[in-house]
Each structure stands twice: as C-alpha cells, then as structure tokens.
Design a protein around this ligand. Structure first.
Ligand code: SF4
Length: 222
C-alpha cells in the first residue's frame, strides 16, 4: 500500500473509532484514545486500555506508569516515536463507570473493540509487535500462560500470509507496584527489550541480504 493511501486509511479508521458507540464505554469516556507515537513506526505497541490521564489527554501511556514505561525504553535507546502505540480498548473502563476507579476490560468489551485492533495491524503492517501486560497478550493469543511466565518469549501473530513476531512484556503498573526502577521486574524488562533489539538486528540483516541478492541478480542480468 502506498504511504499516502496508508495514511488516509489509518486516519479514516481513527475517525471511525472516535465515532464508535459499540459498547457502553462510549457513555463515560472523555476521549477515544486511538493511538500515540508515530504511525510510520515499524513497531506496534499494544497496551490494555486508557486510564484517567489517557482519557483526559487522548494519548496512550501518557500517565505516570506510561512515563515509567518510556523511561525504561529510553535506557535501552528507544523513543516514543519508534512505536505506534495503541490499546486493546480505545475507551476507558472504570469500576463504577463514573470515572473513579480503573478496572480490567471485560471479555464483552474486548470482543466489541477487537475489530479496530485487527484493522490497525492490517493497515500498519508492523514488523514487530510488543504487547504490554496480560490483557494485550491474551487478546492476541489463546494462551493459559500469564505474562509473568511468558514475557520476553518471541511469539508469532499470523495475519494473512505474514507471521509478525510478538514480544510480550510487563505492564508498567506491575513494575511500579514492585518497586519501579529498583525492581527485579524492571531488570527483566530490560532483558526483554534486548530480545526486541535482537529481532530488529535480524530484520535489518534479512533486508540487507535481500538487497544484495537483488543487486547480484541485476548485475548478472545486465
Ligand atoms: S471501547 Fe471500543 S467498542 Fe467500546 S465504545 Fe470505545 S471504541 Fe467503541
């Protein structure tokens, strides 16, 4: 898909999200949190759902835990712009539906919203997906294993003919609950980010080899 068409299609999809009232969360949201970062990014990051701050600002991972997440990524050399960031749910789920206490999304809400995530992946065609926390992992994969067992293990998400590598990572609120920057979970996350760097290097190598092969072929046929 040409870049301009791709941008138009993504904008169209974001506009559909902003108008969506497919589940009851539309009644209590302030914003529909479509995406953050850069939609030209090769890595897609998928979190759970907007919290209070994200709902107010319309930007995923913009609150306190999002700050922690990107401080950790920054230590490993990544910036927010290296990702297209989204969530499984685009509207904030709260315990009392009155904006007081956040809660996990229900299966019903995830089912109602999943078609948007599917279209985001199809349109953006990310080279790598990073899932953040249990909900994103379990939305993409039917696995009984929780994030504490499976983080850092490369999985494959099949879309059309493409198998996209997926690296599950901890949610920053879990890291924060366990001591933030001083926790064992943060060190484990940095290890998981090294897995991400390894995959990027493999993709760069593959691209270089493909280019070399094409150059050799065009030289031989000239
Ligand atoms: S959470 Fe998803 S399905 Fe529910 S209203 Fe928001 S955009 Fe629509």
């Amino acid at each position: 898909m040409k870049e301009l068409n791709k941008e138009m299609e993504i904008e169209k999809l974001h506009a559909q999200m902003r108008r969506c009232n497919k589940c009851h969360l539309y009644k209590t949201r302030t914003s529909v949190v479509c995406f953050g970062g850069d939609y030209h990014a090769k890595i897609m990051m998928i979190g759970e759902a907007p919290g209070a701050n994200e709902d107010r600002e319309g930007e995923p991972f913009s609150g306190k835990t999002g700050k922690l997440l990107f401080e950790i990524f920054r230590e490993a050399g990544f910036k927010r712009e290296h990702f297209y960031i989204t969530n499984v749910l685009k509207c904030r789920p709260t315990k009392d539906n009155a904006g007081q206490i956040d809660r996990q999304p229900t299966m019903w809400e995830i089912d109602a919203c999943y078609h948007f995530l599917e279209k985001q992946i199809a349109l953006l065609r990310p080279k790598i997906i990073v899932t953040i926390g249990n909900t994103a992992l379990k939305t993409l994969f039917n696995t009984p294993l929780s994030i504490t067992k499976i983080h850092g293990r490369v999985m494959g998400f099949k879309q059309y003919e493409q198998l996209i590598p997926v690296i599950p990572m901890y949610h920053p609120s879990y890291i924060e609950r366990n001591g933030g920057h001083y926790s064992k979970q943060k060190r484990e996350m940095l290890e998981d980010i090294r897995v991400l760097i390894r995959i990027i290097k493999e993709l760069v190598k593959e691209k270089r080899e493909k280019k070399e092969k094409e150059n050799i072929e065009s030289y031989m046929n000239a």
